[in-house]
Design a protein around this ligand. Sequence first.
Ligand SMILES: C[S@@+](CC[C@H](N)C(=O)[O-])C[C@H]1O[C@@H](n2cnc3c(N)ncnc32)[C@H](O)[C@@H]1O
Length: 331
Amino acid sequence: MLYTILILLFLLFALYAAYILGNTVYHCLYLNYDRTKPVPESVTIDNHVRDHLMAFTHEIQWYDSLSWWQRDGIMGGLHAMNDARVGFFAKYLSITKEERQHEGRELTFHDIGCGGGICTEELAKRGFNMIGVDMSKESIRQATTHAREQGIQNVNYVIGNAYDLSFIPPASSDGVVMSDVLEHFHDLPTVVHQVSRMLRPGSFLVFDTMKRNWLTFIINEVVQNSPLAILPQHTHHWSLMINVEELKTLLDREGMELKIVKGLGIDVFSITFWKAFLLRKREQFPFSITDDVMWNYIGYAKHPTSASHVPRAAVTYGYLDSGVGSTFLST
Ligand SMILES: C[S@@+](CC[C@H](N)C(=O)[O-])C[C@H]1O[C@@H](n2cnc3c(N)ncnc32)[C@H](O)[C@@H]1O
């Protein structure tokens, strides 16, 4: 009896190991995309790519059903990293504020892919006039409702798709925030171009995102596919993650300079982390800004100040929400 159980356990383990190995080889061979190019949405003969992108599309629907402001809910990780990331963003956006003080006008900052406004609202509280943009109507509804309940006046939310931000006038934004969203786009070159187009010369793009490396592979494809999974399936896709060099190439193309990149990490040697991990309390993960970039990274890039910068031709994207460019309140 004992032998039978042991053999069964061994077989189960062998099956699991074979799955992990197969999945690793498959990802390295077929899903390790060059993120300086769009991930080929139109490659219909490659069913794996299509399935992969279908999962990504479903993800947007999935977000629609979530509550952004429940700290101990599915969005707990974003709440956990909010202090660290907002502190970093505010530091650099403040430089623009100071530099433009003499212009005597109200500055406007945009948070693209703002979701329910966890980061946007905190920046508004710190005195930045924010416009949050997201393609998910439900997220914009939750963000608007929450800001209203909190009595925050200097934040507005708009439904919009990052692939076509033409409803925002060119060179009109004093700064763009893209937090935990770059790794959600299959056509990253278009998004970076759209952001560059809307920035006033000399303004900053502040962001955080995830590296595509062995560590994020283990987190996303091994831990996430095991009973230790900490996030729902399809929260992230390893092949949509972005290496620093890839992001730098895309920014270079737009004449933007990647200035600073830091880690946005968790101290995995701390008791706080293990306590939070074992109790499944994402909202208690101890995030902080670090010097080494292991997986999550945070940084900022500067838009060129010179007029010699000629951005590439605008790309219009095919699929837009019906409510694009409208606020939740007016739809
Ligand atoms: C992980 S959430 C990040 C939300 C928010 N930035 C934060 O960190 O609290 C990613 C968000 O990106 C949005 N998103 C994904 N693709 C988008 C697109 N093409 N245009 C606009 N928003 C998009 C999703 O709807 C979702 O709200």
